[in-house]
Design a protein around this ligand. Structure first.
Ligand SMILES: N[C@@H](CCC(=O)N[C@@H](CS)C(=O)NCC(=O)O)C(=O)O
Length: 243
C-alpha cells in the first residue's frame, strides 16, 4: 500500500452533535473505494480529510472487481463510499451526505448560494471530462481543440471567483474541493506543456496555489499518483504524456 494511503487512516471523526442518532452509527466502518488517478474519488478523499473522518482507502482492481462492487456501483465507477453494510456512489451525492452529517460544514448555509455552488461543482465535473479528453488527444489538432475548450471554461470560472483566497472568499467550501483535482492535474500537465500556463488567469492561479497547498489536498493522492496518471494516458497514445 502506498505511504500516502496508509497516512489517510489516522484521523478522528467529528460529527454534528445535534443530529438524530439514526443518521450516524459511531461504530460504522467507512471505506472509500477509489482508483489512483480518479479525480472524482479524490474529491471524496479531500472531503473526508477536511472533516477528519476515520476511513480506510482501498483501490479497486478494475480487471477483477468484487461482486459487491458490481452490485453497489451501477456504472462500475468509483468513488464508492461503503458505510457499514450500505454504500453510496456518485461523488456529489457522497459529498452532500458527508456534509449533512459531519462537521465542519463545507456547503454554504444559504440554500440559494448552496444551489449555486452545486451548479458550479457540476460545471467542474464537465471540466474533468474535458481535461481527460485533452490528455487522451493523440495529435496537435485534437489537443489544441481541447485546450481551447478548457480556456473558455476557465474564463467563465474566473468570472465567478470572489476576491479570494477561496471561491467564495475567506471560507473553504465543497466547491473548492471539487476543483482541486482539476487544478492539480492541470499543474502536472503544464510542467509538460508550458503553454498550458496561459489557461490560468492571475486570479485562477492564486486560487490554484492556495488549494494545492492545503494539507487535505496534498494528502489526498497516493505517492504513485503522477506516475500512474502519466502511464494511464500514455497507454492511450496521449500527445501530452509522450516522451
Ligand atoms: N459522475 C461520477 C463519475 C465517476 C467516474 O467517472 N469514475 C471513473 C474513474 S475517474 C470510473 O470509475 N471509471 C471506470 C469506468 O467507467 O469503467 C462521480 O462523480 O462519481
Amino acid at each position: 500500500m502506498p505511504k500516502a494511503v496508509a497516512d489517510l487512516r489516522h484521523s478522528t471523526g467529528r460529527r454534528l452533535p445535534q443530529k438524530p442518532s439514526f443518521l450516524v452509527n459511531p461504530t460504522m466502518e467507512i471505506e472509500l473505494v477509489s482508483l489512483v488517478i480518479c479525480p472524482f474519488a479524490q474529491r471524496t478523499a479531500i472531503t473526508l480529510l477536511e472533516k477528519e473522518i476515520d476511513f480506510t482507502l482501498n483501490f479497486l482492481n478494475q480487471e477483477d472487481p468484487p461482486e459487491w462492487f458490481r452490485k453497489v456501483s451501477p456504472l462500475g465507477q468509483v468513488p464508492v463510499l461503503r458505510l457499514g453494510d450500505r454504500a453510496l456512489f456518485e461523488s456529489a451525492a457522497i459529498s452532500d451526505y458527508l456534509d449533512e452529517v459531519y462537521l465542519p460544514r463545507l456547503h454554504p448555509e444559504d440554500p440559494l448560494t448552496r444551489a449555486e455552488h452545486r451548479a458550479w461543482i457540476a460545471f467542474g465535473s464537465g471540466m474533468l471530462v474535458d481535461l481527460a479528453a485533452l490528455c487522451s488527444a493523440g495529435d496537435e489538432a485534437a489537443y489544441t481543440d481541447r485546450r481551447e475548450v478548457l480556456r473558455g471554461k476557465l474564463l467563465r470560472l474566473d468570472a465567478q471567483l470572489s476576491g479570494g483566497p477561496y471561491w467564495a472568499g475567506q471560507r473553504f467550501h465543497l466547491v473548492d474541493v471539487s476543483y482541486a483535482p482539476f487544478l492539480l492535474r492541470l499543474g502536472l500537465l503544464t510542467a509538460r506543456r508550458p503553454e498550458l500556463a496561459t489557461l490560468l488567469t492571475p486570479r485562477l492561479e492564486a486560487w490554484s496555489d492556495r488549494l494545492l497547498s492545503r494539507p487535505s489536498v496534498v494528502r489526498s493522492v497516493a505517492d504513485d499518483f503522477e506516475a500512474s496518471y502519466v502511464a494511464f494516458f500514455r497507454e492511450k497514445g496521449s500527445l501530452v504524456m509522450r516522451g
